[in-house]
Design a protein around this ligand. Structure first.
Ligand code: FES
Length: 183
């Protein structure tokens, strides 16, 4: 059965939600493919929520509504499950989020080195948030940008062909000199 929600939901204004431009669409496609693979079965809710969180770093309300529509569940049910389990996060933990794709294409092109580089430079462990709350580092599954591997998502923007130097350059703006500009 084909879902009626495989198109972009409405755009969100903070640059992090599921409707933000073509780069984020690839993540939305991955999420839609996950729901399709599970034949839009409501029983797949937790698996779909896991995928969504790995793709976006957290589950914002718009994303929960999108999933609810896809699995034909009441939004209240999806929200209830997302808030019940501690491993789901409804808010970005850090002010900024760096999500490094660890899918196969990115892995073979050095994603693990990128993780190590960010951990060392930003002094944050993967899956955690810096003590000052400035940024969180997460690892993601394939975000649908394999052609530009290794890919990283910085505050909702996919950047490709990253190197240790380029990723540090992106993070400098977040972490140095009190600057808080986005990459
Ligand atoms: S494996 Fe990283 S984008 Fe596909």
């Amino acid at each position: 059965m084909e879902s009626s929600v495989a198109t972009s939901p409405k755009t969100q204004s903070d640059g992090r939600g599921p409707g933000m431009g073509p780069t984020v669409d690839s993540r939305l496609k991955t999420l839609a493919a996950t729901m399709k693979r599970h034949q839009y079965q409501p029983d797949a809710l937790i698996e779909v929520l896991h995928t969504a969180q790995e793709l976006y770093g957290y589950l914002d309300p718009e994303l929960l509504v999108y999933i609810a529509q896809g699995l034909r569940l009441p939004p209240s049910r999806v929200y209830g499950v997302a808030t019940f389990y501690h491993f789901f996060s409804l808010k970005p933990k850090g002010r900024h989020t760096c999500a490094i794709c660890m899918g196969t294409a990115c892995y073979v092109k050095g994603a693990a080195t990128l993780v190590k580089t960010v951990e060392d430079y930003a002094k944050v462990r993967s899956g955690e948030t810096r003590a000052d709350g400035r940024m969180s580092l997460i690892q993601a599954r394939c975000i649908g940008a394999c052609g530009i591997a290794p890919a990283v998502v910085l505050d909702g923007t996919v950047v490709g062909r990253q190197t240790p130097d380029s990723i540090v350059d992106h993070l400098k703006g977040w972490l140095e000199n009190g600057s808080d500009r986005a990459a």
